[in-house]
Design a protein around this ligand. Structure first.
Ligand code: GDP
Ligand code: MG
Ligand code: K
Length: 279
């Protein structure tokens, strides 16, 4: 059968392993524990006439190079090309969970968002207009409860339609990082594209943002280019300009814009408790 490679990516404890087990029939350890090894678990199953290869990756809050988990997931994304990324998020903690999502969007990879632990969101009385939120970021969202498998059929149907290019919702909308940062990104991105060989499967936008953030591993990737001095020069100029106008370091400015975008999108789509009149 036709094979679709998918990878589960999300914060620690968002229910990735539960989803992996529910989908593949595996019995990997679920719950709060700090593993010593950072690795990926692989499984395989059939659904809807397709064969799925599924990978359960370590939990990570971002795609920088600060922790072994982040590095592992990022190297995986640098070297492998899952057909569709399943970004697993905690439905009732989107403020925090969607940060990683903005980074995956910067990477321009095919993806679907599993709004997991949707049972807890419902229990809390909150409500979420997830189809509007999905439109705002350009990624389809499907509510799931990986502990009991609810929503997984819809999730895999959506993965299939994204894989087959049938889903119009998949037009990622990059968070606008403000005029100075966007100008810097454009200049660096163009230089990266001119080289043509930098960055394996990473998108030029993602690489440009990570260069602005002085990400060591991405700097090492760029250093292999004959144009690296020019690219670092452009980066340094852009950073100086951004920080002069922004009065803050560029990494904080980028994070602020992203969190601001998320807060704005949630203000329009998420209601903490649904007001109910007594009946
Ligand atoms: P991981 O760290 O992302 O792999 O998360 P796990 O799969 O280990 O799950 C973390 C905890 O959340 C476990 O106690 C699970 O039983 C629980 N959990 C996972 N999915 C759900 C869900 O959809 N709803 C609820 N209520 N709990 C869940
Ligand atoms: Mg896990
Ligand atoms: K866990």
């Amino acid at each position: 059968c036709k094979t679709i490679n998918i990878a589960l990516i999300g914060n620690p404890n968002c229910g990735k392993t539960s989803m992996f087990n529910a989908a593949s029939g595996a019995q990997e350890h679920v719950g709060n524990y700090s593993g010593v090894t950072v690795d990926a678990k692989k499984g395989r199953f059939e659904y809807g006439g397709y064969c799925f290869n599924i990978v359960d990756l370590p939990g990570t809050y971002s795609l920088s190079s600060y922790s072994p988990e982040e590095l592992y997931v990022r190297r995986y994304l640098r070297d492998e090309t899952p057909d569709v990324i399943v970004n697993v998020v905690v439905a009732s903690n989107l403020e925090r969970n969607l940060y990683l999502t903005t980074e995956l969007i910067d990477m321009d990879r095919s993806m679907v968002i599993a709004l997991n632990m949707y049972d807890e969101l419902e229990r809390s009385g909150a409500s979420l207009d997830y189809s509007l939120l999905g439109q705002m970021i350009g990624v389809p969202m499907v509510p799931t409860v990986s502990r009991n498998g609810e929503g997984l059929h819809k999730l895999f149907d959506t993965i299939i339609s994204v894989y087959e290019g049938r889903d119009n919702a998949v037009r990622h909308i990059h968070v606008n990082l403000g005029p100075d940062v966007e100008r810097g990104i454009t200049v660096i991105k163009d230089a990266i594209k001119r080289d043509g060989n930098i960055g394996a499967h990473f998108s030029p936008r993602y690489l440009a943002i990570k260069l602005l953030e002085h990400d060591r591993e991405v700097e090492d990737m760029v250093r292999r280019s004959p144009d690296h001095e020019a690219i670092f020069g452009l980066r340094d100029e852009a950073v100086a300009e951004i920080e002069k106008n922004g009065h803050e370091d560029v990494t904080s400015l980028i994070a602020n814009e992203k969190y601001g975008f998320i807060a704005g999108a949630l203000a329009e789509t998420y209601t903490e408790t649904t007001k109910e009149t007594a009946r």
